[in-house]
Design a protein around this ligand. Structure first.
Ligand SMILES: Nc1ncnc2c1ncn2[C@@H]1O[C@H](COP(=O)(O)OP(=O)(O)OP(=O)(O)O)[C@@H](O)[C@H]1O
Ligand SMILES: [Mg+2]
Ligand SMILES: [Mg+2]
Length: 549
């Protein structure tokens, strides 16, 4: 199959880029563009920002100025779907595979090739639309969005324009306590289906670029938010919630570093009290939640400073790039208007019709989503800090739920997971799916401590062993003879031994140095190899030290 495709490509590449150079190295097809073709991109990148804002001025005046302005933020998020094959052809997509090894006449847009819709894309879009509380369009269609860029082989992107698959939804989230806490609800304008473009790889010295078309035609869902966010933190948390939702749904890995979840952030400012929005600037190249937060904060300050200096005409509708190294945004290109895209209905694909039965069947298959999970955990009596820790990662939530299903106490299970287990995972750089301790054995461990079969101290020791090697709590207790000593006579004997071996400390204790009770307790615990019941030990010890028995 692959070799047939390569033959086709070797005949046709010049149809795509008349001055592109195609070559094969190590069995891989490379397409190299001469610098003249990528000039626009490189020139735009090299353009200095139109207005230079001195960094020190920014830092000094930011706090004062930003207080006079309110920021308006809306986000466009592209989520790459984890379908087995691309949106309109049967090529698979695996991040990081050799360039141009997963391409065919359809995703290369060769003349005469016709797209065929992957039904999983519709299923995933419906799932997300429902999860984001949207209204689904029972009849939607595809449109062509036309623009030229070397990573777009067809010269247009198949997208949805006037009838997106889902509209008018919202997401709920809870801000972490370190950011002030509180519940937020942000509107979703629309969710639509589109295909991804390829990837340009620019050479180090900038004189040529290479095209990798593996990603061309991979299905995306674009989620457009209402301009409802007001701070960088709110925007970053919104993006994190979308990541959780797509991961809970299992429709994308949501990995920002690999570009499976990409956020373009739109920011404008207005003087406090003004109702109209200001001119928006779109920021791209944000590949972490913290860069979303920092880029927005920078942009708010930049715009506020310009506005406060009477230079608001310098805030123009444009696309800016976030430069991680310099921690600032710079002009990338002036914004195209909608009409520049010359959208028109895609003639090669039929209308998408969703039957109510189909929508119902998808709706019934949805898992419990992050917001529902958080509210359920909250009702169980957990603090918001615990709720967020447990619900943020779907796998941790599943582990916690499975521990509870095995009968564990809610608060104790949460404490073990958030405490010793989380610390172990952090140390060993493991995810919860990698640890050997099963939720059932965690429940057993908690029950064994609660019933007094083993002490809390022994419990912690067993935990380390179970985390690293697996096994069962019962097996380890038996194998290591760890059952707690709760026999007063046996404990009494050990106390007598320790007291008789430490006459000096006894004298000091009886002379008023009562803190020494801790010393005696420690010695007895050591003698019992950590197995003595601590409550009983201290009770009997106190009686004996005070000469009552
Ligand atoms: N004045 C404003 N300030 C901040 N954000 C805004 C403002 N007006 C609109 N937005 C937000 O900007 C985003 C616009 O996204 P949309 O996809 O509709 O248009 P676009 O960015 O022009 O198109 P494209 O998909 O080609 O990038 C939305 O999230 C919207 O909420
Ligand atoms: Mg945009
Ligand atoms: Mg958009």
């Amino acid at each position: 199959m692959a070799s047939t495709l390569f033959r086709t490509i070797q005949i046709h590449p010049f149809l795509l880029y008349p001055t592109a150079l195609f070559s094969r190295r190590n069995g891989v097809l490379y397409c190299t563009m001469k610098s003249s073709q990528t000039q626009t991109a490189t020139q735009e990148k090299q353009q200095p920002p139109k207005v230079k804002v001195p960094q020190h001025a920014l830092k000094k005046t930011v706090d004062k100025i930003t207080r006079d302005y309110e920021a308006i933020i809306g986000i466009e998020t592209h989520v790459q779907l984890s379908t087995l094959t691309k949106a309109f052809c049967s090529c698979p997509y695996n991040y990081g595979s050799q360039p141009n090894t997963s391409i065919c006449p359809i995703c290369m847009g060769l003349p005469g090739a016709l797209p065929v819709l992957n039904s999983k894309v519709i299923e995933f879009a419906v799932k997300l639309g429902l999860a984001l509380n949207c209204k689904l369009s029972l009849n939607s269609k595809f449109d062509r969005k036309q623009y030229f860029y070397p990573d777009l082989p067809k010269g247009y992107q198949i997208s949805q324009f006037d009838i997106p698959i889902a509209t008018g939804g919202y997401v709920d989230l809870d801000l972490p306590l370190e950011f002030g806490g509180g519940h937020r609800k942000f509107g979703i304008t629309r969710v639509h289906i589109e295909e991804d473009a390829g990837k340009l790889l620019h050479s180090g010295n900038g004189d040529y670029s290479q095209v990798d078309l593996n990603r061309a035609g991979v299905p995306l869902l674009e989620i457009v938010s209402e301009p409802d966010m007001r701070t960088g933190i709110e925007a970053a948390e919104y993006a994190a919630e979308l990541q959780r939702v797509v991961r809970y749904l299992g429709i994308s890995n949501g990995n920002m570093q690999e570009g499976s979840l990409r956020c373009d952030v739109n920011v404008s400012i207005r003087p406090v009290g003004q109702s109209e929005f200001g001119t928006k600037v779109e920021i791209k190249n944000l590949n972490s939640f913290s860069s979303i937060n920092r880029a927005i904060d920078f942009e708010i300050s930049r715009q506020a400073l310009l506005h406060s200096q009477g230079q608001s005409d310098q805030i123009v509708q444009e696309t800016r790039l976030w430069e991680e190294g310099a921690q600032k945004t710079v002009t990338m290109r002036k914004k195209e208007g909608l009409s520049d895209y010359r959208y028109f209905p895609e003639p090669d694909l039929p209308e998408v019709i969703l039957t109510p039965e189909y929508v119902d069947s998808i709706s019934n298959s949805l898992p419990e989503l992050p917001e529902a999970k958080r509210r359920r955990y909250e009702k169980m009596g957990l603090s918001m800090q615990d709720v967020l820790f447990l619900a943020n990662d779907m796998n941790v939530a599943e582990y916690f739920d499975a521990t509870l299903s095995s009968g564990a106490d809610i608060k104790l299970a949460a404490n073990w997971i958030m405490g010793d287990i989380a610390a172990y995972m952090k140390n060993e750089k493991l995810s919860i799916n990698d640890i050997k301790l099963t939720p059932q054995e965690l429940a057993e461990l908690i029950a064994s401590i609660k019933s007094g079969t083993i002490s809390g101290k022994i419990g912690k020791e067993i935990l380390s062993e179970l985390l690293a090697k697996g096994g069962t709590v019962k097996g380890l207790i038996e194998e290591k003879d760890l059952i707690q000593i709760a026999d007063p006579v046996e404990i009494g004997k050990m106390i007598d031994k320790v007291i008789s071996e430490n006459p000096k400390q006894l004298e000091q204790y009886r002379g008023g140095k009562t803190k020494l009770q801790g010393f005696f307790a420690g010695q007895v615990m050591k003698l019992s190899k950590g197995k003595a019941n601590p409550g009983l030990l201290n009770k009997i010890l106190l009686e004996k030290l005070n000469g009552q028995s």
